[in-house]
Design a protein around this ligand. Structure first.
Ligand SMILES: Nc1nc2c(ncn2[C@@H]2O[C@H](COP(=O)(O)OP(=O)(O)OP(=O)(O)O)[C@@H](O)[C@H]2O)c(=O)[nH]1
Ligand SMILES: [Mg+2]
Length: 182
């Protein structure tokens, strides 16, 4: 059931790794994770890199995490830029566009505002980069919070299909579906 539902997702590092298959040397890929404050960006990355969940909220100062992954026999060094959450007046700078190979855009299924924010962020990325498309995965985090849900599964799915990008819902707390997008 779940596999069928989430088939739309495709991990961003694998999308990128496909482009660097030549040679056996270690290659680095830089991914930025963006979204409103408190949607769970750091929590998702900490689960991915360190395998644990932090219950308390500590607003991020921008940090880079590193993890080496294997993809089709090649080692890929993933550099993940965990940004301080975007608020209306501080959305993105050029440092979030130059040298970035892909983006994870996170909203929380408990916050319509955060869903609007990923749309604004994507527009900014496209404007800054001057490209018509960039590798993006869209992630609806906090899917464990059923009672507080403000966004349906379909809303996320429809936005991703409109953008023609990969998408999944996930939960950093339960460590579910994180491998679907990174
Ligand atoms: N229930 C639940 N809580 C979560 C989940 N992911 C994160 N949280 C909580 O949400 C709060 C914010 O998480 P962070 O990971 O710090 O959010 P962030 O997007 O990095 O926030 P900024 O760094 O300020 O942009 C924390 O209290 C987390 O414990 C989740 O999947 N489910
Ligand atoms: Mg954070």
């Amino acid at each position: 059931m779940r596999e069928k539902k989430y088939k739309n997702a495709y991990p961003i590092l694998k999308i990128n790794a496909a482009g660097i298959m030549a040679g056996n040397t270690l290659k680095a890929r830089t991914i930025a994770i963006l979204g409103s404050r408190e949607v769970g960006k750091s929590s998702l990355i900490i689960q991915f890199v360190e395998n644990h969940f932090v219950e308390s909220y500590h607003p991020s100062v921008e940090t880079t995490f590193r993890k080496v992954i294997r993809y089709k026999g090649h080692e890929v060094e993933a550099e993940i830029i965990d940004t301080a959450g975007q608020v209306e007046h501080s959305i993105l700078s050029f440092t979030h566009v130059v040298g970035i190979h892909g983006y994870i855009l996170v909203y929380s299924v408990t916050s319509k505002q955060s869903f609007e924010m990923v749309k604004i962020i994507r527009n900014k990325i496209l404007n800054y980069s001057g490209r018509e498309s960039v590798p993006i995965v869209l992630v609806g985090n906090k899917m464990d919070l059923h009672q507080q849900r403000q966004l349906t599964f379909e809303e996320g799915k429809n936005l991703a299909s409109h953008w023609q990008c990969a998408w999944t819902e996930a939960t950093a707390k339960r460590n579910d579906n994180i491998s679907m997008f990174i």
